[in-house]
Design a protein around this ligand. Structure first.
Ligand code: S3P
Length: 434
């Protein structure tokens, strides 16, 4: 654990209106993880352009190498050559801070012959893994971990898996993806249902690689009878990372941001629609469609925002709720977030971190079990603890555009958006120190 004196701080100074056209938003994290893992399902090299070079996805790439893949990098292009047969790694597989990496690898490795140990940083080692280890164990996987298989480090021994008909209680793309990866190597056709559609990159990408995956209300997955076609993909920009600057444009009078080449997958753009409902001008322009629709998003300040209630399609905006809470904090009226208990088991307990942070900024707000209430007013300068969570750190950095913010423990920004501070520095004054 980092001591107070080693912690990195960020000071964001109150800014003026800005007009930013940005083609440097970090590449999509969800898609990057999947590119690395799915390349192992082919017997030919995959080509991945604009792979996200952030701590989380570099951990995943490293694990793919430990499993025997060869990774060649030139400029923004990765060539990932899968091994003839995956090798049993000599060492533990470190997922860093990434729940996506740990849960997807659980599904993927459950059927690979060998012994694998998945671990991560102190935040990830506290996050619940039973949501994947339990359904996987039910179909024959051998997985163990602390708290009877709930907490990492997790030990896996690959086994032959049975097909399944699984109905998940949570709309989670990580659980869904883990089960789809397991189903690809099960002994017969499997089905998976979730309470509402969660982000669907896995289905889109695997289908693009030739897998037989049908999705309506129920997802039907046929086991692979041969290796998949390799990926040839340019990873679009991450709408969750872009959203920090969308909120910035929506709350700083006279501002506009154009986010270039973002995935416009509807399971990822819901927060932009909420921002529009709150009164910002939000425009989508689709430019291409390969695996996913991709294009530009423009967000323009259009007067003071209005309060909103968010209680549906939560999985489509779960990662954006901390940044959205900054918009709610200046909107006219009381905003309410409900049905979002999943926020409590993210990189931090995002309900209490958001509320503690907003209270420090003088905003009237309160937590509920599955969300929060925020009464919009004006930000006061404050000192904020990121709770070691990248999205909390970046959300309050954006609030700094309205009143100076000093944010403690910002190293975590490296997990998803290493050039965030540089982009923020192009619209206002920022200073960081240890
Ligand atoms: C992700 C799924 C979501 C999201 C996470 C990335 C993914 O998590 O919050 O940041 O890439 O599958 P859950 O599956 O836990 O909802």
């Amino acid at each position: 654990m980092r001591s107070e004196t080693e912690m990195k701080w960020l000071h964001v100074k109150k800014g003026e209106s800005f007009d930013l056209v940005c083609d440097k938003i970090a590449s999509d994290k969800s898609i990057s993880h999947r590119c690395a893992i799915f390349s192992l399902l082919s017997d030919k090299p995959s080509i991945v352009r604009n792979y996200l070079r952030a701590e989380d996805t570099l951990c995943t790439l490293n694990i793919v190498k430990q499993l025997g893949a060869e990774v060649e990098e030139s400029g923004n292009r990765l060539k990932i050559t899968p091994p003839d047969g995956l090798s049993e790694p000599e060492d533990v597989l470190d997922c860093g801070n990434s729940g996506t990496a740990m849960r997807l690898f659980c599904g993927f490795l459950s059927s690979i012959p060998g012994h694998f140990v998945l671990t991560g940083d102190r935040y990830l080692r506290r996050r619940p893994m039973r949501r994947v280890t339990e359904p996987l164990t039910q179909i024959g996987a051998k997985i163990d971990g602390r708290e009877d298989g709930n907490l990492a480090p997790l030990c896996l021994r690959g086994e032959r898996l049975r097909s399944f008909n699984y109905e998940s209680q949570i709309a989670s793309a990580q659980v869904k993806s883990a089960m789809i990866l397991a189903a690809l190597r099960a002994d017969d056709v499997s089905t998976y249902r979730e309470p509402e559609l969660s982000r669907d990159h896995t289905e889109r990408m695997l289908r693009g690689m030739g897998a037989n995956i049908e999705s309506w209300d129920t997802i039907t997955i046929e086991p692979l009878i041969k290796p998949l076609e390799p990926l040839d993909i340019t990873v679009p920009a991450d709408p969750s990372s872009g959203f920090f600057f969308a909120v910035a444009a929506a709350i700083v009078p006279g501002s506009r941001v154009v986010l270039k080449n973002v995935t416009l997958n509807p399971t990822r753009t819901e927060a932009y629609k909420v921002l529009k409902e709150m009164g910002a001008r939000v425009e989508f322009e689709e430019m291409q469609n390969r695996y996913e629709p991709i294009g530009d998003i423009t967000v323009t300040y259009d007067g003071r925002l209005k309060a909103v209630e968010v209680s549906e399609r939560i999985s489509w905006l779960i990662d954006e709720l901390p940044a959205l809470s900054i918009a709610m904090a200046v909107a006219e009226g009381e905003s309410v977030v409900k049905n979002a208990a999943e926020l409590r088991v993210k990189e931090s307990d995002r309900i209490s971190c958001v509320i503690d942070g907003l209270k420090a900024c003088g905003i009237e707000c309160s937590e509920t079990e599955d969300g929060y209430k925020i009464v919009g007013s004006n930000f006061k300068s404050a000192e904020i603890d990121s709770c070691g969570d990248h999205r909390i750190a970046m959300s309050f950095a954006i609030a700094g555009l309205l009143a100076d913010m000093r944010i403690k423990d910002v190293e975590c920004i490296e997990t998803s958006f290493p050039n965030f501070t540089e982009i923020l520095g192009s619209i206002t004054e920022v200073e960081s120190w240890r």
